[in-house]
Design a binder for this molecule. Structure first.
Ligand code: NDP
Length: 480
């Protein structure tokens, strides 16, 4: 059985404890590889390696640093098929999705930040003939990057690429549920000639490895993507140590549909925004709010299309929804469906585990589920489910839908479907979300800031925001 290694100081190494955890293929419900059950000793070794690599990496000429990161991007493209296959086996998503979205976006992350680093500019401010201020931005040191399981390589590279491009060295931890692509990535880094210690990948449990990264005194910035509860623990640990923090957390995103929208586009995109990656994308629209005059028609068409979505073997070309990431997560999603029934909801379609024939007979599949008839303030409509489950609710007026949309503790993204230009802009300004999509979903320009409001996180990633996060600004004031 394949055994995943940590990547520390440029070498693939076993965990110091010698212990391993089982890595399960969720489509089969079977163990298919082993990953290091690392602990604080492995984090210590990684932090020491990162600290000793910092000086030469941060002082390496920009073009040379960028060329190594670009080489890694090229290698990701070269190994697209293997990486997509591994991500599908690790996470349960359709391989086709990994091939067309996750892996290409991972190489795009590397490429974007490698080239951005070559164009970063610092400001200067002239004080009317009296003095000139100039600002320098230097890499902060060793950064800790912790990523979740839903888009494994994409979100892993989204964190480490700006850190490395800014001149930081990194200690990173992918989710223990999906370690395989990060392991393959470490081999690509070695092949690309990334100097030893610049990136260190320590596999294992969040409570051991993640916590040790957050607590380590040498690590001065933490970039974390994951659940809101974990985010709170990390903030509580890091704040008294005065670490820089970027937290990208959960969402309960509204998808608002006005009667004057282009219905075909709204329907087909809403199917994607509800069920892509089995609904396991923080940006999925899990609450669909439809103007009352369109409500019945929308629900009927949406349910019809949902029933047509093929659930099955992630390696099958025709599969639209693969397996959920773990048995525990499947049980959580199913328990929310039960909760919705108790709260008075009607299951318009789905609502149960799906038994797939053949090799996937023991996999963790859940039918795409549409629930109607729930009030806004019930738990099903307020808490993040993070699975193939959406609710649809009617609304009568613009002010009402804005209040509904803003009613949760989250504020990650929102989508609005309308052909009324003024209304689109009005809503964009009033919705409390970090990203607003008008007549589209999941279009991402890497130059734009990315992040959530309220309990969806603090800080912004993407573009200069990400590069600046990994640097420290210093102002020099020179008397003229
Ligand atoms: P978790 O918060 O459970 O875990 C995220 C990462 O943190 C994992 O690597 C985990 O390790 C680690 N971790 C767990 N406990 C600690 C700790 N005490 N200290 C440090 N690290 C720790 O999230 P999930 O992996 O379940 O991911 C799903 C969540 O991520 C959803 O809420 C989703 O909305 C959110 N998300 C947010 C995005 C955004 O950009 N805002 C994007 C994608 C997802 P391990 O799992 O190995 O134990």
């Amino acid at each position: 059985m394949e055994q995943i290694s940590n990547y520390v100081n440029g070498q693939l190494v076993a965990p110091i404890s010698g212990s391993y955890l089982e890595n399960i293929n969720p489509a089969e419900g079977k163990v298919y590889s082993l990953l290091p059950d690392s602990d604080e000793r492995d984090v210590e070794t990684a932090a020491v390696a990162a600290q000793s690599a910092f000086q030469s990496w941060s002082q390496m000429p920009l073009a040379k640093r960028a060329s190594i990161l670009l080489k890694i991007a090229d290698l990701i493209d070269r190994d697209l098929e293997l990486l997509a296959f591994s991500e599908s086996v690790d996470q349960g998503k359709p391989m086709k999705l990994a091939e067309s979205v996750d892996i290409p976006r991972a190489s795009a992350n590397m490429r974007f930040f490698a080239t951005a680093s070559m164009h970063m500019a610092a400001e200067s401010h002239l004080m009317e003939g009296e003095a000139i201020n100039y600002t320098t931005r230097t890499p902060i040191g060793v950064a800790g990057c912790i990523s979740p399981w839903n888009l494994p390589l994409y979100l892993f590279t989204w964190k480490i690429a700006p850190a490395l491009a800014s001149g930081c060295t990194v200690v990173a931890k992918p989710s223990e549920l999906t370690p395989m692509t990060a392991f393959l990535f470490s081999k690509l880094c070695m092949e690309a000639g990334l100097p030893a210690g610049v990136l260190n990948i320590v596999h294992g449990l969040g409570k051991k490895v993640g916590q040790a990264i957050v607590e380590h005194p040498v690590i001065s910035a933490i970039s974390f993507t994951g659940g809101t509860v974990t985010g709170k623990t990390i903030a509580a640990t890091a704040a008294p140590m005065f670490k820089k923090l970027s937290l990208e957390l959960g969402g309960k995103n509204p998808n608002i549909i006005f009667a004057d929208c282009d219905l075909e586009e709204a329907l087909s995109t809403s199917i994607n925004s509800s069920f892509s990656n089995q609904g396991e994308i923080c940006l999925c629209g899990s609450r669909i709010l439809v103007e009352r005059s369109l409500y019945d028609r929308f629900v009927s068409d949406f349910v019809k299309r949902t029933k047509d979505l093929a659930v099955g073997d992630p390696l099958d070309e025709t599969t639209r929804l693969g397996a959920l990431v773990s048995e525990g997560h499947m049980q959580k999603v199913l328990s929310y469906i039960e909760l919705a029934k108790q709260e008075g909801g009607t299951i318009a379609c789905g609502g149960e585990r799906v038994k797939v024939e053949g090799r996937c007979a023991s996999g963790y599949f859940v039918a795409p589920t549409v629930i109607t008839g729930l009030p806004q303030n019930c738990r099903t409509n307020q808490e993040e489910i993070f699975g193939p489950v959406v609710t649809i609710m009617p609304f009568d007026a613009e002010e009402e839908v804005i209040a509904f949309a803003n009613s949760t503790a989250y504020g990650l993204s929102a989508t609005v479907w309308t052909n009324n230009l003024k209304r689109a802009h009005r809503l964009a300004h009033q919705l409390k979300s970090g990203i607003i999509w008008i007549n589209c979903w999941l279009l991402r320009d890497l130059r734009t800031p990315f992040g959530g409001m309220k309990q969806s996180g603090v800080g912004r990633e993407g573009g200069w925001e990400a590069m600046r996060f990994f640097t420290e600004a210093k102002n020099v004031c020179v008397k003229l």
